[in-house]
Design a protein around this ligand. Structure first.
Ligand code: IPE
Ligand code: IPE
Ligand code: MG
Length: 244
């Protein structure tokens, strides 16, 4: 049972895990050292979700724009994703975590996609916590791919253009099985969205924290999640008490 303080807590938290590069540079180390440290942080954040009442956690691991980085950094990140999945799969399964991946898989290497598919399949019956990892993900790219598939359905005569509304379009998004995020957290002091969950975050609350991702602890996560219950979410309406 969720505690009282969790009743109004966020059900779905999304995180832009930023600041790995700066964390490493501050230590005079290569950027990849920061990415490895960042990957280690993920476990304790995932582990703390059930006790905080967070049922869905979505994390931004690699954007459609991150291919612009050096070949060394991109290759290192892809290797890290593979190793991470291989190393963490069993523990995630045993912890009752259901893992999903969002983003365009077409540009990803076959061996990485195989590992992603396998982890999704392995954990598909889990329901304690739903972890979604965004790899080669971009909000605009996702909406564009959704629109393309929708247009194809119309072209094939399976759907009429008259049926196209927000709900129909959302069914073609990578996130179609997930609720919209209630809270989006970005670490490292940058206050921008960087193409993350553009459609889904229309009414999300945002928290920008200065901490660099490799330093983001369970305690800070709990504090940020705790702030959420104090927020007044109006979704465009006026509260009854404020009507005059
Ligand atoms: C976020 O950390 C991780 C990825 C984008 C893969 P950065 O690598 O963007 O770290 P900074 O922003 O350069 O410090
Ligand atoms: C966003 O961070 C992407 C991820 C955290 C995976 P970036 O570091 O790529 O974003 P910008 O370039 O600062 O906007
Ligand atoms: Mg960054």
């Amino acid at each position: 049972m969720a505690k009282d303080s969790q009743k109004n807590g966020p059900r779905h938290v999304a995180i832009i895990m930023d600041g790995n590069g700066r964390w490493a540079q501050m230590r005079g180390r290569p950027r990849l050292f920061g990415h490895h440290a960042g990957a280690k942080r993920v476990r304790e954040i995932v582990e703390s979700c059930p006790e905080l009442g967070v049922k869905y956690l979505t994390i931004f691991a690699f954007s459609t724009e991150n291919w612009k980085r050096t070949q060394t950094e991109v290759a290192g990140l892809m290797k890290l994703f593979k190793r991470y999945i291989q190393r963490e799969a069993r523990d995630l399964f045993e912890a009752g975590v259901r893992v999903r991946f969002i983003g365009d898989r077409v540009k990803l290497a076959d061996d990485l996609v195989d590992l992603m598919d396998h982890l999704e399949l392995l954990t598909e019956k889990n329901d304690k916590c739903h972890l979604t990892v965004a790899i080669n993900y971009g909000g605009r790219d996702e909406v564009t791919r959704a629109a393309k598939r929708l247009a194809y359905e119309v072209e094939q005569g399976r759907l009429s253009y008259k049926d196209v509304d927000a709900e129909t379009l959302a069914k073609f998004l990578d996130t179609h099985v997930l609720p919209d995020p209630d809270l989006v957290i970005r670490t490292s002091g940058e206050a921008r969205i960087s193409n993350f969950l553009l459609w889904q975050s229309a009414y999300a609350e945002y928290e920008f924290v200065d901490t660099l991702w490799p330093d983001f602890t369970r305690a800070e996560f709990a504090r940020v999640v705790g702030n959420f219950s104090g927020r007044d979410r109006r979704f465009g309406a006026v509260r009854e008490a404020d009507v005059n």
